[in-house]
Design a protein around this ligand. Sequence first.
Ligand code: MG
Length: 318
Amino acid sequence: MYRLRLHPYERPFRQPLQTHHGPWTRRRGILLQLTDAQQRQGFGEIAPLPEFGSESLEAALDVCQRFQGCLTDADILNLPDTYPACQFALESAREALVNPSDAPPPPAAYCHLLPSGEAALQQLETTPSQYWGPSPSFKWKIAIADLDQEQHWFGQLLSRLPAASQLRLDANAGLTWEEAQQWLAACDGHPIEYLEQPLPVKDREGLLALQQQGLVTIALDESVANLWDLQDWLKQGWPGIFIIKAAIIGSPRRLRQLCREFQPDLVFSSVFETAIGRQAALRLAAELQQKPRALGFGVGSWFNETDEAFVEHQLARN
Ligand SMILES: [Mg+2]
């Protein structure tokens, strides 16, 4: 039996994040604290992303409040699949309680998320290249502005990347087949690590056909936002990369089982969770990510306060 405390939070971005899904101005979530009979504590974080098919913050809060501050292992392990962000939070809090010293090893590298559109150029211009470290990895959102305009910026962006950089492009499912072809052509000969979710989730044939063209590696993100869809694509033998947003994918136990069975090429990625969710996601990444790819957690500069300071304030507040 565990005691459960909930700490809902709200955290504004320093500037709105523009994606094909629209602007995003603040991260809302819930920090949760489990305490067992021996007074051992474990923290978890619910950081939902309903645009990616997770439960809403309101639904998450509602299901957690139904426990009335008290729950069992069975409650945690039998949470319905309609609450993937809660599954992740409660299971990882339970794991942290049992293995308190299980800190993740520092990852090899983070991928830096650039501001969308033309603002990326300015950021590269004004940031000293030493800041990014050797062989840096960057991500830039596309499918937000007019295609010709974006490809013009893309050309400038390539010329401003520090030496030995790798670039990831993320379309958030926002391209048509023809636009995707234009992007693949524009990527030719440049250090593009992969193109993330070029086409809508429902266009499975299109996504497979783009990957089979072999020009640029395709990564699935929105297509594999939950364990069922991930399992589906794994069974089909998707030859590209899978982006894993651990905080919304669901049960870490079941993710481990799938990875043991299929050994997929994964890149773990942030949903702008705080240090608590991130630690749990990084622990999974250290365990499950097979290839040495930069982790998609280079998002610290999107908030004013550091993650650790923010968490401390939230937990002290209520
Ligand atoms: Mg993405």
